[in-house]
Design a protein around this ligand. Sequence first.
Ligand SMILES: [Zn+2]
Length: 261
Amino acid sequence: MAGTLLFVGLTVLSQVGGLILLVCWHVCRYRLFADEARRWLAFVSSGAAYVAITLLLVPGLAALFGRVPMPLFASAEAPVAPRSLLYCLLNRHYVKPRVRDLVIATARQMAEKYPGSHIHYMDGGFPYGPKFPLLPHLSHADGRKIDLSFCYHSGGKYSLSPSPLGYWVYEPPKPDEPAPYKGKPSLFRWDMPFLQGVNRDRKLDEKRTRDLLKTLLKQPGTEKILLEIHLQERLEISHPRLRFQQMQAARHDDHLHLQVE
Ligand SMILES: [Zn+2]
């Protein structure tokens, strides 16, 4: 029962993770370490095999489907990193090559202006095919979208987003800012009140976030960016390709959603 739940859960979360773990467990548990006393060895080996296959085998096969993984770690050539390695372990960091190239080009330009700064990404897409839904971001299935973290600072230094996952710790509207959805509950907008106090010493870096948006909007391949209307106003930025989806989409005051042509 627990195995079935793990298989279903991992399949929903990571597309092929459930299958990989099933194969690893079968080989390790029933072929390599059948002895009950060494069951823990099977458990550890299955986990290690899962990580190895996810990082070494899945990317090569994804290329057959026109998907590439986003960088796992930031480097001088590609100052881009996942907000959490969980996105990579769950195969949620696959995109079309032009998305990866655009984000890397943007990150390089940002690093020239802000040395040592990186772009952090969250959900991109799955490695295989455009039909498998990436919950809860249904629009990400085609590999042309990726969610990026805003820029933050703390104690005079660059910092990561307050939320360890990059989502759900919001920059809500101030009293004088527009909030057209106020008092209108929506299935798509999750307020997560219990998370709003997390790491609030990390403040939104408005200047760097505005520059990030401007740099993304200058890239010829950028088709659309989603950002809440009150942040567009606060950051004093407007552009035909910078949009706000009101009630029909998730909140975009904890991250920005980038869509590439
Ligand atoms: Zn998105």
